[in-house]
Unconditional design. Structure first.
Length: 25
């Protein structure tokens, strides 16, 4: 279960980073 949570956190962080980048542009 820990691995799944880690992957979910990674994907979420990546999505937020991408979203912020798009918002800034």
């Amino acid at each position: 279960m820990g691995a799944i949570y880690r992957i979910y956190f990674l994907v979420t962080a990546l999505t937020v980073n991408l979203w912020q980048s798009m918002c800034h542009v």
